[in-house]
Design a protein around this ligand. Structure first.
Ligand SMILES: Cc1ncc(COP(=O)(O)O)c(C=O)c1O
Length: 386
């Protein structure tokens, strides 16, 4: 069938920067014949370590960001009879990681500017059963990590820094991954950097490093030195609970190819976000992220619109081939999570109704950003719109 040339090219919400390097790296790994966890995973862990300037911390690669969160949650000691404070405005993976260890999530409101956890509200929810607080960096924003660390120190809590959105970003000049208690990254199919699917836990403590290596491999003490030589040994013992959460060499090879492009990816995403800001700032009815995108590798670009028109605007854009998303429907509205304790959530409720993600790619020509902006502006100029 010949394509209908009267229709403009679709602009998907996400588009990973997969080029010849990633395809070659993945193919070479397939041809090499060691498909499981091996030396390339070690190289990926080292490359992530270097990229985030992790210093004395260690990086442990796992299969997904969710797996990383689950294992980090185990390390916090959260479990039955304990609570974990988590922003209500977050990805399901955070809440599911808490539930997976048998702890109770307690939903907290977010800061109206950064849309990350409001640390003062979190402090109000901390009680005797609280074990940890989840600090999720949202889109181009970072949490108030200083205030969160002070709260954690004062109340004896662990923090799980969910940096799925902010790999390659910095907080007050310090790379994300270099300063947190427990920090996790995601390299899933749509993240700024992808390894098809992968996660990384950054951990400070040597004992926790060894525990993570057991937890990701069915609780076995299979020596990582053998795996990282692409060798299997049959001399192992199950010393802990565990999951099959390890990463494969093929995924790691794709991730390595992406890491080599970090500077280009970050610059491309920053440029697209700044172009959005420039073009949309005069469109009445559109709220923009309050940031200049310095020092961040933004995973998503969002706008805020009046709740009543969000679906209509998304439909207008969809009709013109432009993909949009909603990050996110707040956690307390999900059937499985409705009964959990929460504080007042006015900001979460409002943002949850207003937010729309617009397409953001790592190599996004200005004309493509402009087409999205033109269509958003055209929507607000339609007759009958205030
Ligand atoms: C904030 C956040 N945390 C965790 C995850 C889970 O990561 P993964 O998809 O690698 O499991 C995501 C995925 O989109 C996310 O956005």
């Amino acid at each position: 069938m010949t394509p209908d040339r009267s229709l403009p090219e679709p602009i998907p919400l996400y588009q990973s920067l997969v080029e010849t390097e990633e395809i070659a790296a993945g193919s070479a790994e397939l041809a090499a014949g060691w498909l499981g966890m091996g030396g390339t995973v070690a190289a990926f862990e080292e490359a992530v370590h270097r990229a985030v300037d992790a210093g004395g911390r260690s990086t442990v690669a796992v299969s997904t960001g969710h797996a990383a969160l689950h294992l980090a949650m185990i390390l916090t000691g959260a479990g039955p009879g304990t609570e974990v404070v988590v922003p209500a405005f977050t990805h399901l993976a955070d809440v599911q990681a808490i539930v997976a260890v048998g702890a109770e999530p307690v939903f907290c409101d977010i800061d109206p500017l950064t849309l990350c956890v409001d640390v003062d509200r979190a402090a109000e929810l901390v009680g005797p059963a609280t074990r940890a607080v989840v600090l999720m960096d949202y889109g181009p924003h970072l949490c108030d990590h200083e205030a969160a660390a002070a709260l954690a120190a004062e109340r004896g809590l662990r923090t799980v820094h969910d940096a799925a959105h902010t790999f390659g970003s910095a907080y007050h000049g310090r790379p994300v991954g270099s300063f947190s208690d427990l920090c996790i990254f995601s390299f899933d199919p749509v993240k700024a950097l992808t390894a098809i699917d992968a996660g990384v836990v950054v951990v400070t403590d040597e004992i926790e490093l060894h525990r993570l290596r057991h937890l990701r491999l069915l609780g076995s003490d299979l020596p990582v030195t053998a795996s990282y030589r692409n060798e299997k040994t049959w001399d192992y013992d199950a010393v802990d609970i565990g999951y099959r959460y390890h990463l494969s060499n093929v995924h790691a090879a794709v991730g390595l190819a992406q890491l080599a492009k970090l500077d280009r990816i970050r610059a491309g995403r920053q440029a697209a976000c700044r172009r959005y800001q420039e073009r949309l700032k005069t469109v009445e009815g559109v709220g923009l992220p309050p940031t200049d995108f310095d020092d961040v590798n933004p995973f998503l670009y969002y706008i805020r619109v009046a709740p009543g028109i969000r679906d209509d605007l998304r439909a207008h854009l969809a009709e013109r081939g432009i993909g949009t998303g909603i990050h996110w429907r707040p956690a307390q509205l999900h059937t499985r999570f409705r009964h959990y304790r929460h504080g007042p959530l006015p900001v979460t409720e409002q943002v949850g109704e207003e937010i729309i993600s617009l397409p953001l790619h790592s190599a996004m020509p200005e004309v493509v950003v402009d087409r999205v902006c033109d269509e958003v502006a055209a929507y607000f100029r339609r007759p009958g719109r205030a």
